[in-house]
Design a protein around this ligand. Structure first.
Ligand code: F0G
Length: 481
C-alpha cells in the first residue's frame, strides 16, 4: 500500500486511480423519495435505480472496472468450446492460485450449486461446518438434502469489538463437529471476508489451522473466496506475521492449503461470473459433469468470454495492494465518521460495506417491527442512498409458525470499489447525522399478511411516519434536495 503522509490537512482516504468514465446520477426531492420507497414496499430490493442517488445495496457486480479490463473484453474469443479466452484465464488462475484445474461458472451461487450437487446430494443428511452461513451457500446445501453447522468464534457475534479477525473459526468447536460427525461431513466451508457478520476477515493462521484439521479428519476444505480481496488487505495490514509478505505470497500460502476454492467474480476480480478451482483431476472431472449439465460447456460455464477476459485482468488487480486497499479504507473512513457522530456501527470496520446496528440506532423499534428495514427506508428518505436490510426481513423461515430473529439486525451500506468519492461519503454521513437527531420520528414496518415471507416481499409502514420524516426534512433543509 502506498504510504502517504499529510502536512496540514486531516488525512482522508486517498484514491490511487483517476476516474476516466462517469455516469450521471441525480437526487430526487424528499417528497418523491417517500413515494418511491412506499411504491417499493419499504424494501430497498424493490426500488428502481432511477430513484437512487448512492446505490449502496451491494458490492456485487457494481465495482468500477479499469480501462485495461474494458480493453481486455474486446479480446474475448467467442466460441463454444476451447476458446482462447478460457486458456488465458486458466493460465492466470494457475499463476495466482497455483492450482491446475479451473471451471468457469456464471455466478458464485452457481459454484455453490455445483459443490452441493457433487458433495452433499450423494450423502443425504450430511453436514457442512462453516465459520458463518451465507444465504446462497446454505440454500444450496439444504436444497441438496444436507445441513450446516456454524463454527464462528464467540467474539464474531459481538457487534462492537476490537477483535481484528472476527471471522475466525472456533477451532475447538470445529474439531468437535468433525469428530462427532465423522464420515457425515460433506466438506468444510471457509468464508473469507465473512459477509453476514459485517464483512469481517478471517486470519490466514486460522484458515491454515482449519485446513490442518480437514487433513487430520480426511475431509475437503473449500474456500469461498468471494470476499477474499478485502480479506487479503486485512491479512496484510492486521496480521503481523504476514506483513512482510506480498499479496501474491499470501494467496499462494492460502491456496496451497485449500482443496477447492470458489468465488463470485462479481466481488473478486471486479467482473461478473465465478469459478471453481482445484488440483485433483478426479474431482475436477466429477464436478465438470455438473457444470456441463447446468451451466454450459466447461470452457465457458455460462459466462460471457468478455467477462472472462475482464476477470483475468481483475485478478491481477486483486494482487495490487493499492487497488485492494481502496474499499476497506473508504469503509473505515465511513465507519469512523459515523462512530464519532454517535451512530452505532459494527466494529472494527470490515470489508464490503459499513454496517449500522439498527437495534441500537432505533431502540424504540422492536423485533417484529423490522428495525433494520425501517432504518434502511429512513436512510433512503433522508439521503437517496439505498442500503440493504440485513435482519429479520432477509432471514429465511425454517418453521412456518415462528419468525426467525437472527443475532444481527443491521443495515449494510455497501461501498462498491472505486465508485463513490469521499465527498459523496461525507454527504451520506451528514444525512445520517440528521437522521440520528430525528430518529424518534422513524416508525416500524409490517407485512400485510402474517407468516413466512421472502426477503423481496413488500411491507407497509405502521403509520405515516415516512411523510412526517420528510416534512421535518423540508423544515430543516428548506429547498435543498
Ligand atoms: N459467497 C459470498 C460470501 C457472497 O457474499 C456471495 C454474494 C456469494 C457467495 C454468491 O455469489 O451473488 O455471485 O451468486 N453476495 C452478494 C451480496 C449477493 O450482495 O452480498 P453470487
Amino acid at each position: 500500500m502506498s504510504k502517504v503522509g499529510y502536512y496540514a490537512r486531516k488525512p482522508l482516504p486517498l484514491e490511487m486511480h483517476k476516474i476516466c468514465i462517469v455516469q450521471k446520477t441525480e437526487i430526487i426531492p424528499v417528497e418523491e423519495r417517500v413515494k418511491a420507497i412506499r411504491k417499493a414496499g419499504f424494501n430497498t430490493y424493490r426500488m428502481e435505480s432511477k430513484d437512487i442517488y448512492l446505490d449502496m445495496l451491494t458490492d456485487s457486480g457494481v465495482n468500477a472496472m479499469t480501462n485495461e479490463q474494458l480493453g481486455a473484453m474486446m479480446l474475448g474469443d467467442d466460441c463454444y468450446a476451447g476458446s482462447k479466452t478460457y486458456f488465458r484465464l486458466a493460465e492466470k488462475i494457475k499463476e495466482i492460485f497455483n492450482k491446475d484445474y479451473f471451471l468457469p461458472i456464471h455466478q458464485g451461487r452457481a459454484c455453490e450449486h455445483m459443490l452441493a450437487l457433487a458433495y452433499v446430494q450423494p450423502k443425504p443428511g450430511s453436514i457442512v461446518p462453516m465459520n458463518f452461513q451465507f444465504g446462497t451457500s446454505v440454500g444450496k446445501i439444504k436444497y441438496c438434502g444436507g445441513d450446516y453447522v456454524i463454527c464462528l468464534k464467540e467474539e464474531g457475534f459481538n457487534k462492537q469489538s476490537t477483535d481484528l479477525f472476527k471471522g475466525d473459526f472456533d477451532l475447538e468447536k470445529l474439531e468437535r463437529v468433525l469428530k462427532e460427525q465423522g464420515s457425515n461431513i460433506a466438506f468444510v466451508r471457509i468464508e473469507s471476508g465473512t459477509n453476514l457478520i459485517g464483512g469481517q476477515p478471517i486470519s490466514l493462521d486460522n484458515m491454515l489451522a482449519v485446513s490442518e484439521l480437514c487433513k487430520k479428519y480426511g475431509v475437503l476444505s473449500v474456500l469461498d473466496a468471494s470476499l477474499l480481496q478485502d480479506n487479503l488487505h486485512f491479512i496484510k495490514t492486521r496480521e503481523n506475521k504476514y506483513k512482510e509478505c506480498s499479496i501474491r505470497e499470501i494467496v499462494r500460502t492460502l491456496s496451497n492449503a485449500m482443496d477447492i476454492i470458489y468465488f463470485s467474480a462479481r466481488k473478486l476480480g471486479f467482473g461478473r461470473g465465478g469459478a471453481i478451482i482445484l488440483n485433483d483431476e478426479k474431482q475436477y472431472e466429477y464436478i465438470k459433469t455438473f457444470v456441463a449439465s447446468f451451466e454450459g460447456f466447461p470452457t465457458f460455464g455460462g459466462m460471457s468470454v468478455k467477462e472472462m477476459e475482464a476477470i483475468r485482468v481483475g485478478l491481477d488487480d486483486t494482487m495490487d495492494e493499492d487497488i485492494i486497499a481502496q474499499g476497506p479504507q473508504f469503509i473505515e473512513y465511513l465507519a469512523n465518521e459515523l462512530e464519532a457522530a454517535g451512530i452505532p456501527v459494527v466494529t472494527p470496520p470490515g470489508g464490503l460495506g459499513c454496517h449500522i446496528d439498527a437495534m441500537k440506532f432505533l431502540p424504540h423499534i422492536k423485533h417484529g417491527q423490522y428495525p433494520a428495514g425501517s432504518l434502511a427506508s429512513a436512510i433512503y428518505i433522508a439521503s437517496g442512498a439505498r442500503g440493504m436490510e440485513r435482519g429479520a426481513i432477509d432471514e429465511p423461515w425454517e418453521d412456518d409458525e415462528v419468525e426467525p430473529y437472527g443475532a444481527m439486525e443491521l443495515v449494510r451500506l455497501a461501498v462498491p470499489r472505486r465508485v463513490y468519492t469521499v465527498s459523496q461519503i461525507n454527504y451520506l454521513v451528514d444525512r445520517l447525522c440528521w437522521l440520528r437527531d430525528n430518529k424518534d420520528l422513524i416508525g416500524g414496518l409490517h407485512f400485510e399478511k402474517k407468516g413466512p415471507h421472502q426477503f423481496y416481499d413488500a411491507l407497509e409502514s405502521n403509520s405515516d411516519w415516512p411523510e412526517k420524516l420528510a416534512a421535518k426534512f423540508r423544515e430543516d433543509f428548506g429547498d435543498s434536495l
